[in-house]
Design a protein around this ligand. Structure first.
Ligand code: NCD
Length: 339
């Protein structure tokens, strides 16, 4: 059906929703508290919640036909990924494009980094091209913070070694908040290869900040030394560890970061620490299962659970990833605008 002004009813509905969404974005956008987003500790609880409220608006916008805004118009976003990534890199790319930024993806294998240029040289070179937002993933803990000292724009940490992955923790919190109404009061078991996981580190901090109780579950060889100071309960028996929990967050066994044999075999690992129906039955009724991806099916999680939409939040996590990154990018840009 076409109306007098040439727009179909559906198009007019989209336009009204978009205008409403934009108003929500405008009232909810706030300048990011720091110039860079390196750790979840760059935010306090009210700021983290404000960011999740903003991300919620972007979820609505992303579900509409017209998804493109101009909040980052004129800005340049560079993705600098020194480790492989599917979801994180493409969701930062989409987030930047949906907000109207110019997006450049640098792949270090094809760049001078593979000819021995240091991270600092690369940072100085890229800085001369005036990126406003620099998203970086690097195998060394601390790489994002180092880069932040050398560039004029904002650096967003998309995973530095075993240290942090703040936007992942934010998207996980948003997925839980939407599934349960609130993160406050939830009990979350983070299970598996905690030792190598920047996702676990960022989540432990953010979830506790938002009022959840956190348990860490895994073999002693995959627990970081000092995990006892994380104010989380530690379990080496998976059945005990997930007993009564609201959320089971599985982690990938990061074989590429293991120098020695930390697990006897992947089959043996699945028997003790893989998530299957029998173990999941110990969790609270209504339990939801999460995984940051990429998944090793049959190693840390049974396919049957990963694909069960009544239980799994894994697809929601991917969707929330774009919205959360839009929220972080627009808040950082608001800070740059005010600078
Ligand atoms: C994680 C990462 O790279 O830290 N994945 C992700 O960001 N979606 C977890 C992992 O690699 O296992």
């Amino acid at each position: 059906m076409t109306s007098l002004n040439g727009h179909s009813t559906l198009e007019r509905r989209f336009m009204t929703e978009l205008a409403q969404g934009l108003d929500d974005v405008r009232t909810r956008t706030f300048p990011f508290p720091r110039r860079h987003c390196i750790s979840v500790l760059d935010l306090n609880r009210p700021q983290a919640e404000q960011l999740l409220d903003l991300a919620d608006v972007f979820v609505g916008l992303n579900r509409q036909k017209a998804k493109k805004l101009d909040l980052l118009k004129g800005r340049t976003l560079m993705n600098l990924f020194f480790e492989n990534s599917t979801r994180t890199q493409s969701s930062f790319e989409l987030a930047g494009k949906r907000l109207g930024a110019d997006v450049v993806n640098m792949s270090p294998r094809a760049s001078s980094m593979s000819k021995g240029e240091t991270l600092i040289d690369t940072a100085v070179t890229l800085n001369a091209m005036k990126p406003d937002l620099l998203v970086v993933r690097h195998p060394s803990s601390g790489a994002a913070a180092l880069l932040a000292q050398k560039v004029d724009g904002s650096v967003i940490n998309a995973g530095d070694g075993q240290h942090e992955h703040p936007t992942q923790a934010l998207l996980d919190a948003l997925s839980m908040r939407r599934a349960f109404g609130s993160v406050e009061g939830l009990t979350v078991a983070i299970c598996g290869d905690v030792l190598h996981s920047r996702v676990a580190r960022s989540n432990v901090i953010l979830l506790q900040m938002l009022g959840a109780r956190v348990r860490l579950v895994g073999p002693p060889t995959l627990m970081p030394a000092g995990a006892d100071r994380w104010a989380a309960d530690i379990h080496h028996d998976m059945r005990e560890g997930i007993d009564g929990v609201d959320v089971v967050m599985m982690l990938r066994l990061q074989l590429e970061r293991m120098t020695g044999a930390l697990v006897p075999s992947t089959r043996e690992y699945f028997r003790f620490f893989g998530l299957d129906r029998e173990k999941l039955a110990r969790a609270a009724p209504g339990v939801r299962v999460m995984h940051p991806g990429p998944m090793n099916r049959g190693v840390e999680i049974d396919s049957d659970i990963a694909d069960d939409l009544a239980v799994s939040l894994i697809q929601d996590q991917v969707e929330m990833g774009v919205a959360v990154r839009m929220a972080v990018l627009s808040a950082l840009a608001a800070r740059l605008d005010n600078a």
